[in-house]
Design a protein around this ligand. Structure first.
Ligand code: SAM
Length: 334
C-alpha cells in the first residue's frame, strides 16, 4: 500500500478519521501549564487561514480523505469571530461529519445556541478546579463563573454529552480528583482527566512532577467504585471506567504513562494551515501555501495523504532523544 490510497493512512496501518482544526492560537486564559502570563507572539493575521480557506480544507478532508469527525480547538476557538459560519459550512458537507468543539467554556453562554443551530453536536469544556480562587490562580483570570454558566448553557442547548477535561498539577489541584468527579456526576457531565504533557511554551513540564494516570485512579478509587467500561475504546484517547456500576463514566487520558499511539486516528490542522500528523510531531506540512498558490482539491488531498503517511509509530516521550515540538499546545490545537 502507498500514500496514494484514498484515505489518510500511514505505513503502520492507522487511518486518520478525526480532524482537529485549530481556529486561533489566541486565548483569554493563561493556564500556567499551557501559556506564559504575558501570552505568546501570536500568529500574524495574514498567516491565519480565512474562514473560506478553513472550510475548503475541511471540505477536502471530509469529501476526499475520509475524515468523519471535526473538532474545533485552539487557542480558544470561541474567540474566532467566524466560528458559527465555519460550523454551519462543515455541517452542510456530505457525508456530514460529527462536529464538536474543545473550549474553556467562557463564550458558551453566548454561543451555545447559535453553535447548536449551526450544527454543532457536542462540546468538551476544560475545567481543572471547582474552586473559583484556584481557578484564578491557575488560569490567571477571574472567569470561573463564566465557565460554569457556559457549561449550563451547553447542556441546556443539548450539546451533549458535555465532557469536562481536567489537568491535575502537583501541589496546586491534585487533591481535587474526587471533587471534580462529584461535580461532574451532579451535573450529568462526563469527566476526563488529562495527564500533563510536555507541550507548554515555557518548557516547565517534568516527568517527576506530573500527576500520573495511576495516581488519578487511586485518588478516585478512594471514594468511588470504578470498573472497566465494557464499551469499545475505538481510537478514543480516554480509557474509561464505570462509576459505581454506571451508567456514569470517568475517563483518563494517559498520554504519557499509558500512550495510545497505536490506535491514534487523528490528523491536525493549525490555524495557519499546517498539517501535523501528531501532537508531538517536530515537522509540519504546509497546506496554506498550496491553497494560496492555486492548487486544486486533489493536489491538496495528495499532500495531506503524504503528510500522514510519514506519521511515526509513537510520540517518543520516553525516548532519551525526545524533543518537545517548537509549537506549544496553544498554537497546535489541543
Ligand atoms: N482553549 C480550549 C480549552 O481550554 O479547551 C482549547 C485548547 S486547550 C490547548 C485544549 C486542552 O489542552 C485543554 O483541556 C487544556 O487543559 C489542555 N492542555 C493544555 N496544555 C496542556 C499540557 N501541557 N498537557 C496536557 N493538557 C494540556
Amino acid at each position: 500500500m502507498t500514500s496514494a490510497s484514498t484515505g489518510l493512512i500511514d505505513r503502520y496501518g492507522r487511518r486518520a478519521v478525526d480532524l482537529r482544526v485549530s481556529l486561533t492560537d489566541r486565548c483569554n486564559l493563561r493556564c500556567s501549564y499551557c501559556m506564559p502570563p504575558e501570552g505568546l507572539p501570536w500568529l500574524p493575521k495574514q498567516e491565519i487561514l480565512t474562514d473560506d480557506e478553513v472550510l475548503r480544507l475541511i471540505t477536502v478532508a471530509v469529501t476526499r480523505l475520509g475524515v468523519e469527525e471535526v473538532r474545533f480547538t485552539g487557542g480558544e476557538p470561541l474567540l474566532r469571530p467566524g466560528i458559527v459560519g465555519i460550523v454551519a459550512g462543515s455541517a452542510a458537507l456530505t457525508p456530514r461529519p460529527k462536529l464538536s468543539v474543545t473550549t474553556n467554556g467562557i463564550g458558551l453562554a453566548r454561543l451555545a445556541v447559535p453553535l447548536r443551530d449551526a450544527g454543532l453536536d457536542r462540546v468538551n469544556v476544560s475545567l481543572d478546579t471547582i474552586d473559583p480562587e484556584r481557578f484564578a490562580a491557575i488560569a490567571l483570570r477571574r472567569r470561573f463563573d463564566d465557565v460554569i454558566d457556559g457549561l449550563s448553557a451547553a447542556a441546556a442547548a443539548g450539546l451533549t454529552p458535555v465532557k469536562l477535561n481536567a489537568v491535575l498539577l502537583r501541589g496546586i489541584n491534585d487533591d481535587e480528583a474526587p471533587a471534580l468527579l462529584r461535580f461532574a456526576l451532579a451535573h450529568g457531565y462526563e469527566l476526563r482527566f488529562i495527564e500533563q504533557m510536555p507541550l507548554d511554551a515555557q518548557h516547565g513540564w517534568s516527568r517527576d512532577q506530573m500527576i500520573t494516570a495511576a495516581e488519578i485512579l487511586a485518588a478516585l478509587e478512594a471514594e468511588f467504585d470504578l470498573s472497566p467500561d465494557p464499551a469499545e475504546r475505538a481510537g478514543a484517547p480516554a480509557e474509561t471506567w464505570l462509576v459505581n456500576g454506571g451508567p456514569a463514566k470517568v475517563g483518563v487520558i494517559g498520554s504519557v504513562t499509558r500512550p495510545f499511539c497505536g490506535d491514534c486516528d487523528r490528523t491536525r490542522l493549525t490555524a495557519d494551515g499546517q498539517v501535523r500528523n501528531c501532537l508531538f510531531a517536530t515537522g509540519e506540512t504546509d497546506l496554506r501555501g498550496l491553497l494560496r498558490g492555486g492548487a486544486d482539491d486533489e493536489e491538496i488531498a495528495a499532500r495531506w495523504r503524504t503528510a500522514m503517511w510519514g506519521k511515526l509509530p509513537g510520540h517518543g516521550i520516553d525516548d532519551p532523544s525526545f524533543l518537545q515540538p517548537v509549537r506549544p499546545m496553544s498554537a497546535i490545537g489541543g
